[in-house]
Design a protein around this ligand. Structure first.
Ligand code: PXP
Length: 237
């Protein structure tokens, strides 16, 4: 089986930092530690309201951390400009609602296909790999492939909440791979629910944040990431 990459989402280090308005704890420090703990990439979501990650964090993560940066962002002109300036390794386009606590659902690619296609193209023309964060649904996968994006990230939130079976994720991952898409997955993954997702062969990357940061409060960030990495490796055997 192909190896499975682990992308660490550092948004909530910034959430904690912003709670007091200072510089501590620092997302770059967390990203450097994640690299030491065996992470393969860093993910950060620059939200329209800058509630956690800020513009400066993106440039620092890109320039100071020796891991590929995956910038999560909404499909807006403002974000496009920042992405073209920062030139992260990858951009993951996500839906965004100001009032939501987290990215609640997948991008409705089917509805947005017309405007999404040139948006994806501009990023890819600049050498940035583009992924679309979508619900694990046939029509969304097929639409994502039509936009020209190379990657889809399957939203595992419904799986994590027990509304979707791992078997359905597996079928959707194969469907995406058959459409020529690289398949990633993420949202709501924990030590307890990661194994069935990690065992799905076409999935080559998991992006995990909130649980690992919460767990880090008790065992430290390095330990928290190392344990996740071990569980993923075990499931992949
Ligand atoms: N992938 C994407 C596209 C996300 O937007 C997020 C966070 O919202 C994650 C992965 C990580 O989710 P979590 O923090 O629940 O692990």
């Amino acid at each position: 089986m192909t190896s499975l990459r682990l992308g660490i989402n550092v948004d909530h280090i910034a959430t904690l930092r912003n709670a007091r308005g200072g510089a501590h704890p620092c997302p770059v420090r967390a990203a450097l530690l994640a690299a030491e703990a065996g992470a393969d990439g860093i993910t950060a979501h620059l939200r329209e309201d800058r509630r956690h990650i800020r513009d400066g964090d993106i440039f620092k993560l890109k320039n100071q951390v020796p891991l590929p940066l995956n910038l999560e962002m909404a499909m807006t002109e403002e974000m496009l400009k920042i992405a073209l300036l920062a030139k992260p390794h990858a951009v993951c386009i996500v839906p965004e609602k100001r009032e939501e606590l987290t990215t609640e659902g997948g991008l409705d690619v089917l509805k947005l296909e017309h405007s999404l296609t040139p948006f994806v193209q501009q990023l890819q023309d600049a050498g940035i790999r583009v992924s679309l964060f979508i619900a694990p649904e046939l029509s969304q996968i097929e639409s994502a492939a039509r936009t020209g994006a190379r990657v889809v990230e399957l939203h595992t939130g419904a799986y994590a909440e027990g509304h979707v079976e791992a078997e359905w994720l597996r079928l959707m991952a194969y469907h995406a791979a058959e459409h020529g898409l690289e398949v990633h997955a993420g949202h709501g993954l924990t030590f307890d629910n990661v194994a069935p997702v990690a065992a799905i062969a076409p999935i080559v990357e998991l992006n995990i944040g909130h649980f690992l940061m919460g767990e880090a409060m008790f065992v430290g960030l390095k330990e928290s990431i190392t344990r996740m990495r071990a569980l993923m490796n075990e499931a992949r055997k």
